[in-house]
Write a protein that binds this ligand. Structure first.
Ligand code: C5P
Length: 211
């Protein structure tokens, strides 16, 4: 069983995906972490994330340990991630890993919940359940600001909103695997929902699909 959860940044995909994975006893993959790890690797090496040859080399040489670096969550890493994510060869290099995870989830799990931007459209178009989780720009920017502040980072709402819109535009307008809801995805707007309500709504949709 594969559950695909796509949507723009800070819409609540990650929290929801983790909770659904726990509920259904499935493996969870945060596919954004792969793009973030590539971006971070370049930043750490003092390299330009816009350099496609270097980005591709970084993607091909990713190691599992690089997927748990706390700096993955930083805003600068997110920006670098969205730059490398617009490159077809980089996406191709990361595709096999994601498909293998879906086909053979770790720890003998019977399936996976994968969150990202193109899971329902490109990585796992065959997924049994697809959700496109979204929320208004303002709500997402507020949530992201609070998350950053909670981690002790300085976050100015107006700046977070501007950066987020810039990243969403890059993700939506790129020519390869742009951020778009799959035709058969259920669109879940979480603007007026808290985490529990979003989980309950997602559960209902998935149970209908698989039931
Ligand atoms: O979801 P997260 O904010 O961690 O993703 C970081 C960036 O990685 C996104 O802005 C997007 O550019 C890219 N990404 C992608 N496809 C995915 C997951 C993430 O292009 N499936």
């Amino acid at each position: 069983m594969i559950v695909a959860i796509d949507g723009p940044s800070a819409a609540g995909k990650g929290t929801l995906a983790k909770r659904l994975a726990r509920h259904f006893d499935l493996a969870h993959l945060d596919s954004g972490g792969l793009y973030r790890a590539v971006g971070l690797k370049l930043l750490r090496a003092g390299q330009d994330p816009a350099d496609e040859a270097l980005a591709l080399a970084a993607a091909r040489s990713l190691r599992p340990a690089e997927l748990s670096d706390p700096a993955l969550r930083e805003e600068a890493t997110g920006k670098a991630a969205s730059i490398v994510a617009a490159m077809g060869p980089v996406r191709q290099a990361l595709l096999d890993f994601q498909r293998a995870f879906a086909r053979t989830p770790p720890d003998g799990k019977a399936g996976a919940v994968i969150d990202g931007r193109d899971i329902g459209t490109v990585v796992c178009p065959e997924a049994e359940a697809k959700l496109f989780v979204t929320a208004s720009d303002e709500v997402r920017a507020r949530r992201r600001s609070e998350e950053l502040q909670g981690r002790g980072e300085i976050a100015i709402y107006a700046r977070v909103l501007k950066d987020m819109r810039e990243r969403d535009a890059r993700d939506s307008q790129r020519s390869v695997a742009p951020l778009v809801a799959a035709e058969d995805a259920f669109v879940l707007d979480t603007s007026d929902l808290d985490a529990d309500e979003a989980f309950a709504a997602a559960l209902e949709v998935i149970n209908q699909k698989i039931g």
